[in-house]
Design a protein around this ligand. Structure first.
Ligand code: 5GP
Length: 125
């Protein structure tokens, strides 16, 4: 069920539980600002999710309320994860669904990193 990106943050969403290590995940990177782990249902040979550690529902929420340090730290973390996974030369795609029309399912900001194959057109028509 897609989520409304204007709702208040729900501290019991599934990624908040992953952050608190209440449910398992295959972590690939962690620093002060971000956590990265493998998507449970990958749609590319490499499919990693990067989330900020702070309580932000979506890209909209994060870009409005996140501190400069959190935003810089998170953006750098996404770059580090892709670089360390060897994705830069073959290439990778980033995606951050925001709100109902996008199909966002989990109400904690996450950036998808897809790699490992040609991604094809940006969206299906
Ligand atoms: P969205 O549609 O919100 O952009 O993407 C949510 C993503 O989270 C989906 O790709 C889905 O497979 C992934 N996901 C949902 N629940 C879990 C979970 O419990 N663990 C992990 N690792 N990924 C999850």
């Amino acid at each position: 069920m897609p989520v409304d990106a204007t709702q208040p943050y729900d501290p019991n969403n599934i990624f908040a539980k992953i952050l608190r290590d209440e449910i398992p995940s295959k972590r690939v990177y962690e620093d002060e600002f971000a956590l990265a782990f493998h998507d449970i249902n990958p749609v590319a040979p490499q499919h990693i999710l990067v989330i900020p550690k702070g309580p932000y529902v979506s890209w909209d929420d994060f870009s409005a309320r996140g501190s400069d340090a959190e935003i810089a730290g998170f953006v750098r973390a996404v770059g580090i994860v892709a670089r360390e996974a060897g994705m830069v030369a073959p290439g990778y795609r980033l995606l951050a669904n925001t709100g109902t029309d996008s199909g966002q399912e989990v109400p904690h900001l996450h950036v998808h990193i897809f790699a490992g194959r040609r991604m094809g057109p940006m969206l299906t028509r």
